[in-house]
Design a protein around this ligand. Structure first.
Ligand code: 5GP
Ligand code: ZN
Length: 114
């Protein structure tokens, strides 16, 4: 809804109203470092469009979601994940989602970090 987009922290980051350490941006998506990294490399990829979670994604979002997923490889390599990476999408309360704006976590760097 309109009000959730006004209040949404990742919409604010997407608009540039809240600063972030950006690693990639285009008209549709933004990638930025997680403020509380759980690995040597930990960044998030978000759609600029407000989609609350994977549970709210619609068939019309197919191209956008595909774009986000195919960006992972390029950005992971750019950030130095030459030997692989972990991707995580938390969805809803039982999925441990804390920010209600869809995001892909990308985690990597030399093990051990788990
Ligand atoms: P979730 O649990 O919703 O999948 O993950 C939300 C992630 O967003 C967490 O890893 C948290 O550290 C990160 N995060 C929350 N607020 C901010 C912020 O204002 N800036 C950045 N860069 N990351 C944030
Ligand atoms: Zn949002």
């Amino acid at each position: 809804t309109e009000s959730s987009m006004q209040d949404c922290i990742f919409c604010k980051i997407g608009r540039g109203d809240i600063p972030s350490r950006k690693i990639y941006e285009d008209d549709d998506v933004l990638a930025f470092h997680d403020i509380n990294p759980k690995a040597p490399v930990h960044f998030l990829i978000i759609p600029k469009k407000h989609i609350a979670s994977l549970a709210e994604a619609q068939p019309e979002d197919e191209a956008l979601l595909g774009k986000m997923l195919t960006l992972v490889r390029k950005l992971a390599l750019q950030e130095g994940c030459v030997n692989g990476f972990r991707t995580v999408i938390n969805t809803g309360r039982d999925g441990g989602q804390e920010v209600a704006h869809l995001h892909i976590h990308v985690l990597g760097g030399p093990q051990p970090w788990k």
